[in-house]
Design a protein around this ligand. Structure first.
Ligand code: PMP
Length: 456
């Protein structure tokens, strides 16, 4: 057997600590095992680098209460669904008020007109559709783009993630070719004929990929956030917009995560000009809801669109469905979120906490002599195992160190703080105050102190 390295020894000690501290979660995981695939309602709930998942009793503000009675300070916040805090009072009130008045009707709620106007005012695009998830909003945006441009190809950036959307589950191969992501379950179609991939921040590669004139749309987050964070270089968004316009391709911005940039997302904060915009997760305060916005001229074209002659189908067979979309509960939550959460005042609190986290983490990294950086997009920040923020998805991925990341994550949980499982991404909610920031910094200080010293 290989000799235990200091990291694996630390990981073993933290694992033992976690097991001893969480007997109720362990027992519940055992009871659930026969009745759920992989023992959890969705298999990705096992992706946390923990020996078994924590069973949650309740969540409020930025606190998770688990089955063993621990109160954990939450910086994962449901990987953005709870970015405005768990059960924000405005959303809880809206849910209670709607609960006895219908959960789904297949008709527009009478508040829809006001909600549409509020979405337009907040995000700057005139016409909207509602979906149940961000994945669906992206799926529908891609369909509209292909239908309206009559072009087949979608262009995405290497390292992107836009939900469980088949066309986007790709990587770029060494020779530039489109590859299906490793691990796709039950995949039969190869994505290469209809999805093109280029590196983020590479305007030259983008131009070459758009040049054939067959790209319906470029779909991207304003900054990549799902392969570690990759912020745009100065001028990249201007080039992206100019090139898409020049080559007749639409620009779809997925703001599901970059909603952390401010009210109205990066589109408003950075003055971006998408043709279509998608959002989910936190948009209705954490109640399941996605939204898809379009510029007015595009919306008029969508309304005028006719299926090609000779096709089978008809009403209800657009390929864009899901019966529970736009239900009155989602409408009630969206209305409350747009009035109470997507506001300057909310973001001021989130930014204060995120700024304090960034400054505190940078000071700790310097003191512990770790050559790592903190990349921040508004209320979202991430510790990356490299000295400067990456410029591409591939660069971000090169800095991954799964064993180190898993050990730090587990050790932080053992010290009462939770960060996102896949990389060290933190969100600051309006409920995240000075005490929570101090708690995180103390926990990180302790964990960094346990790691092997950096060799000069
Ligand atoms: N877009 C982005 C940028 C995301 O990060 C995600 C999920 N992590 C999605 C879309 C899909 O969200 P959902 O799984 O809620 O559909």
């Amino acid at each position: 057997m290989a000799a235990a390295t200091p990291l694996s020894a630390l990981h073993a000690a933290e694992t033992a600590h976690f097991r001893a501290a969480n007997p109720a979660s362990a027992a519940l995981a055992e009871r659930a095992a026969p009745h759920f695939l992989h023992g959890v309602p969705m298999h990705w709930m096992r992706d946390w680098p923990l020996p078994f998942p924590l069973a949650i009793r309740a969540a409020e503000g930025c606190t998770l209460h688990d089955a063993d009675g621990h109160a954990l300070t939450d910086f994962c916040l449901g990987d953005t669904g709870a970015m405005f805090g768990h059960s924000p009072p405005a959303i809880a009130d809206a849910l209670i008020a709607q609960a006895g008045h219908g959960l789904t009707t297949m008709l527009p709620d009478m508040r829809s007109a006001a909600v549409g106007a509020a979405l337009a005012a907040r995000f700057g695009l005139e016409a909207w559709q509602l979906t149940a998830t961000a994945s669906d909003a992206n799926r529908h945006a891609i369909r509209w783009a292909r239908a309206l441009t009559r072009r087949p190809v979608l262009l995405v950036f290497d390292g992107c993630y836009h939900g469980s959307v088949e066309d986007t589950l790709v990587r770029q191969g060494a020779d530039g070719a489109t590859l299906a992501r490793a691990g796709l379950v039950g995949q039969v179609a190869h994505p290469a004929p209809h999805t093109r991939v280029v590196p983020f921040n590479d305007a030259d590669a983008l131009e070459r990929a758009l040049a054939p004139g067959d790209v319906a749309a470029v779909l991207t987050e304003p900054a990549l956030t799902n392969i570690g964070m990759v912020p745009p270089l100065p001028g990249f968004h201007a080039a992206l917009r100019a090139l898409t316009r020049r080559h007749g391709s639409l620009l779809i911005l997925d703001e599901t995560h970059t909603l952390s940039s401010g009210p109205g997302g990066a589109t408003q904060a950075w003055g971006l000009e998408p043709d279509l915009l998608t959002l989910g997760k936190a948009v209705a305060g954490g109640f399941p809801c996605g939204v898809l916005g379009m510029r007015a001229p595009l919306a008029r074209r969508a309304e005028a669109w006719q299926p090609p002659a000779g096709g089978a189908g008809g009403h209800g067979h657009s390929g864009m469905g899901t019966t529970l979309s736009g239900n009155p509960v989602a409408i009630a939550c969206l209305e409350a979120a747009l009035a109470e959460l997507h506001t300057e005042a909310t973001y001021a609190r989130m930014f204060a906490a995120a700024g304090a986290l960034q400054a505190g983490i940078e000071a700790l990294l310097a003191r512990h002599r770790r050559p790592w950086c903190v990349t921040r997009i508004g209320a979202r920040l991430e510790i990356q195992f490299r000295p400067t923020p990456p410029r591409t998805g591939a660069e971000a991925e090169q800095a991954f160190d799964d064993a180190l990341q898993a050990c730090i994550h587990l050790a932080l949980v053992n010290r009462g703080v939770v960060v996102t499982p896949f990389h060290h991404m933190l969100l600051a909610s309006p409920a995240t105050g000075e005490a929570q920031v101090a708690q995180f910094l103390a926990a990180l200080d302790a964990v960094l102190g346990l790691l092997e010293p950096v060799r000069p």
